[in-house]
Design a binder for this molecule. Structure first.
Ligand SMILES: [Zn+2]
Length: 241
């Protein structure tokens, strides 16, 4: 029967499209490890960058504080000359000493910040080199992966065109129904009936239905799995033995 032959063709095309889709879905997995590595290195780099920026800010603030206090000391020293009383003079000296002490502490803090700053700068350069190296490899692999995906897309597109060409030769209702069965029955929508059973679900079919199938006059489906059935003569009959 003509329709059965078309359905078998259609199933073949749809199966190939499905297989290509399956292969296409596997492609991103090829770079999954590299992608994870890149993201890990990138996160490390970004966190090091943040730490470095913070230290740079701390350093600038500390340097400004020290500069301001030095100026304060200079101003106080200049003022010292014009002071008339001993009391005021000693009060001013005390203030200058206090500012200098505070500044000594700020200088110690600045030294500690500078040590950490240099460490952070070195670490940042290391992480930057790492992220660039892995990023380069990742981008290179992505070019291959995208080319592979595009090639699979091209195959699917060609198969889809072929499929609609073939499906055009079917009754539209049957074509729609066939597609539904294909999706629900894991890509097998038409099967031969052999030895009075459906080769899709292996359930026995009634002798009446089996007889109808042998007439090959219309489309019949399996009462159990709903797949389209067609009669396949036993091998001995087909070869004429
Ligand atoms: Zn069945």
């Amino acid at each position: 029967m003509e329709q059965v032959k078309i359905l078998i063709d259609l199933q073949e095309i749809m199966s190939r499209a499905r297989a290509v889709e399956t292969e296409k879905r596997k492609v991103p997995l090829e770079v999954a490890d590299l992608k994870a590595l890149f993201e890990e290195r990138e996160a490390k780099f970004l966190s090091a960058q943040q730490e470095f920026e913070q230290l740079r800010k701390d350093r600038r603030e500390k340097e400004r504080d020290i500069e301001e206090e030095r100026e304060k000391v200079e101003r106080a020293k200049a003022k010292l000359m014009s002071i008339k009383t001993n009391k005021e003079y000693y009060a001013m000296l005390k203030e200058i000493e206090g500012t200098k002490r505070a500044n000594t502490q700020h200088e110690d803090e600045l030294l500690a910040i500078l040590a950490r700053y240099e460490e952070a700068e070195k670490r940042l350069a290391e992480f930057k080199a790492e992220v660039e190296e892995v990023g380069g490899r990742y981008r290179e692999r992505m070019v291959d992966v995208e080319a592979k995906m595009a090639s699979f897309d091209k195959d699917v597109f060609a198969l889809e065109a072929k499929k609609s060409d073939v499906a055009k030769r079917l009754d539209p209702g049957l074509a729609r129904r066939f597609e539904m069965i294909f999706d629900r029955r894991d890509g097998i929508a038409i099967v031969p009936a052999r030895n009075q059973s459906c080769t899709g679900c292996h359930m026995n079919i009634s002798p009446q239905l089996f007889n109808l199938l042998q007439r090959e006059d219309r489309i019949y489906t399996c009462p159990n799995c709903n797949r389209v059935l067609y009669y396949e003569a036993p091998a001995s009959e087909a070869t004429g033995e």
